[in-house]
Design a protein around this ligand. Structure first.
Ligand code: NAD
Length: 238
């Protein structure tokens, strides 16, 4: 696998769809029957924290009951196939990449299985429910814990690291993302401006950013990604 030295894969909700985790663009802009402004903004948490906690408790429980699919496994295989540097930048808050075996994963929109204290800023791994009556394990404050999720209107995590990765990469693959949520939707434009990387989109349907990709394959990620990964691995074989 010598052809590509630095591969960046951007994943979105579509890669987890075949595992049984709902996307929201495919559901008329609703995320599990909720408008995002009611459950995924700082204003929603200030207005009705119990509703927001219940929403994320349900998402956490759902994700705990599903398994990674062939697309997650293909990316884990890509990372393990050689010494090529592979990074997954995911907009997903589930842990299916890690459970498939990927090690190098940046959750730019946070993680369902973590909560954060709004008083002491400590971050904690979390499996069960979290409520307004749960004390912060570090400072003891209550109410204190919020989902460790980047809500609409908040700044995504790892942006400096991501900028560096986009600058260095020679293959950029976007999987299962509608290309409507920024800043992730703009990554392909940054890469095109650097002019160094091949770009490919793998999505059920053409995304909003389709014209910015050099290559596109449309269909289910679980069908297409294992084939694509196999081609990448073989392209670098002597
Ligand atoms: P999105 O819901 O806006 O778009 C999903 C895209 O995936 C669509 O273009 C759809 O056509 C495509 N898709 C659906 N099924 C597919 C499949 N089997 N194979 C390939 N593609 C498929 O998702 P987004 O662009 O990631 O943005 C949504 C935001 O919502 C993100 O910020 C994310 O944090 C959050 N979200 C996360 C999860 C999760 O963690 N699994 C689920 C829902 C929403």
């Amino acid at each position: 696998m010598a052809k590509y030295k630095n591969i960046v894969v951007l994943t979105g909700a579509g890669i987890s769809a075949e595992s049984g985790v709902a996307t929201f663009r495919d559901n008329g802009g609703l995320w599990e029957q909720h408008r995002v402004q009611d459950v995924a903004t700082p204003e929603a948490f200030a207005r009705d924290p119990e509703l927001v906690q219940r929403f994320y408790n349900a998402r956490r429980q759902n994700v705990g009951s599903v398994e990674p699919n062939a697309a997650h496994v293909a990316l884990a295989n890509l990372e393990q196939a050689s010494d090529t540097h592979v990074t997954i930048i995911t907009q997903n808050v589930d842990d299916l990449h890690e459970r498939a075996g990927s090690k190098n994963v940046l959750h730019m929109h946070g993680e369902l299985c973590k909560v954060r204290c709004i008083h002491c800023n400590s971050v904690h791994h979390w499996q069960g429910d979290c409520t307004q009556q749960t004390k912060c394990p570090k400072c003891g404050a209550m109410p204190a814990l919020r989902p460790h999720i980047v809500w609409f209107g908040e700044i995504p995590f790892y942006m400096d690291e991501i900028e560096d990765l986009l600058y260095k990469c020679d293959l950029f693959v976007s999987v299962g993302t509608s290309g409507t949520v920024y800043p992730a939707a703009g990554f392909v434009n940054a890469i095109n401006a650097y002019g160094r990387a091949h770009t490919a989109e793998i999505n059920l349907e053409p995304s909003e950013g389709i014209s910015n990709f050099a290559e596109a394959r449309h269909g289910k990620a679980g069908d297409l990604l294992p084939v694509f990964v196999e081609e990448i691995i073989r392209s670098g074989e002597p």
